[in-house]
Design a protein around this ligand. Sequence first.
Ligand SMILES: [Cu+2]
Length: 187
Amino acid sequence: MTRGTTAASRELKDTKMIRFAQTAARVLTVAIVTLPLLGGLACASEYKAGEIEVEHPWARATPGRAKNGAAFMKLENHGGTDDRLMAASGDVANRVELHTHLHENGVMKMRPSGPIPVPAHGHAMLQPGSFHVMMIGLKAPLVEGEMFPLTLTFEKSGSVTINVMVKSVGAGAGNTGMKHGHGMKKN
Ligand SMILES: [Cu+2]
């Protein structure tokens, strides 16, 4: 083998090595970006503000050009002091409000709820047909499988930013194991 071909083959090897390194780096980057997401999903996404645990925050995917969406979750108060969810906020929509559903003359209506009580050693359920975080004027459709952040502010326990998991358009109460959300009138 002449010197020339050796150099050429070494160069070829180097090129292959560089390509391999580039591919490996790319795969690694994807893994690094993806892993925390998967980790979040696997842990069923739980968050804490003081003694309050936010469990399984989720929202329904929005069909077509729907401009409003709702988010649901369980707020578990592990402490001995009554607290209240005062507000929710986020960039996902122009306005984010706390809502509830009320039966009025046999008709179910949505209303701003005011602060949502989270009793000591108790919990509050934000679920279809009841309390929910209302997102008015969504900046983009809520797509199944994606997540978006919301910040919750409690009267005593401070604030926490949660990632809300978007489920299918027809999803019920999901991870909480309750199915009574199905078939309920949607927003
Ligand atoms: Cu609402």
